[in-house]
Design a protein around this ligand. Structure first.
Ligand code: AMP
Ligand code: ZN
Ligand code: FE
Ligand code: FE
Length: 291
């Protein structure tokens, strides 16, 4: 992009949605159709730890006359905190990023098998039940185990599964490998992408990454925060807006749509045209797909 030629385009924009290439319940093209039906005109597909949904989503975006930003939600971990880092417009063939996402996804499979083995001590659930709920090659997560529990009639829906059997306090939980947030931000940034911390205050401001660590992420190239997200607490949002203003960061708002797997609806939070333009102008890895 030539300097000064600021990107222009038209929202409303929703920059965080999942398909069945991870733990959403719909194919990428259906996610695009659902978002379009909810009035969204610019969308990013951000499946956990994989990019295989991009091509189908880009095709559907072209059919629907939408702008499509290829993205990802990279799993990371800071001490005991699970941290999700959204990446936009990076090079999907970047060797370091590919190696890391391969490693995370592989470890997620063994980890899901361990969780199922733990659950099977008390409930009639086996690994084939989970495989039956998972698209071949999708990024496996607890939502797929939740779907298997639903299919077995053990719980009513994902929400009940996460509140009970899949909650760490239930005793069946196992962690999976994930890089630290500094590594995650570096990987996305070096692949030409823009890194945005997803729902940073979803556990409240007291359980957020400490501000000095966030400042290290900013120094490493962090682009900004996803602030308007249903799981961020009000005081967490206030604190994030303060840090974002101090460092002139990008701030986004998104639905985190998972199809039928969560109550989140496309467009329930949106990102301003100005912020989408800043993401597009900052990225060098992959151009957005325009109508
Ligand atoms: P995992 O990464 O395997 O530990 O699973 C976490 C994922 O499950 C998150 O990315 C969420 O999208 C999803 N999730 C978390 N809580 C819920 C819930 N209550 N209902 C449905 N999905 C959830
Ligand atoms: Zn998810
Ligand atoms: Fe997340
Ligand atoms: Fe998400």
């Amino acid at each position: 992009m030539t300097q000064g030629a600021r990107s222009t385009f038209t929202g409303p924009s929703d920059l965080h949605l999942h398909s069945n290439h991870s733990d959403g319940t719909e194919a990428p093209a259906e996610v695009m159709r659902q978002a379009h039906a909810h009035g969204i005109r610019t969308l990013a597909l951000t499946d956990h730890d994989r990019t295989t949904g991009w091509d189908e989503a880009a095709g559907a975006a072209a059919d629907l006359g939408m702008t499509f930003l290829p993205g990802i939600e990279l799993s990371a971990k800071h001490e005991w905190r699970s941290v999700h880092v959204l990446g936009y417009l990076f090079d999907p063939a970047d060797p370091a990023l590919v190696a890391e996402t391969d490693r995370i996804r592989l470890d997620r499979v063994g980890r899901a098998e361990r969780i199922v083995r733990n659950i099977s001590r008390d409930y009639d659930l086996g690994w084939p039940d989970v495989l039956a709920q998972t698209l071949a090659d999708a990024t496996v997560g607890r939502p797929h185990i939740a779907d298997a529990l639903v299919a077995r009639g053990i719980v009513r829906d994902r929400t009940e599964a996460f509140a009970g059997i899949l909650h760490p306090s239930a005793g069946y939980y196992e962690p999976h490998y994930a890089p630290d947030p500094l590594t995650a931000v570096r990987l996305i940034t070096r692949a030409g992408g823009v890194a945005i911390i997803a729902h940073p205050a979803s556990s409240g401001r007291d359980r957020m990454m400490p501000t000095p660590y966030i400042e290290r992420l900013i120094a490493e190239g962090l682009g900004g925060f996803e602030i308007d997200h249903r799981e961020n607490t009000q005081d967490g949002k206030r604190m994030l807006r303060g840090i974002a203003a101090d460092h002139d960061l990008i701030v986004t708002g998104s639905s985190d749509y998972h199809g039928a797997g969560k109550p989140n609806r496309p467009g329930e939070n949106t990102t301003s045209d100005e912020m989408v333009a800043r993401i597009i102008d900052r990225a060098t890895g992959t151009p957005p797909h325009r109508p």
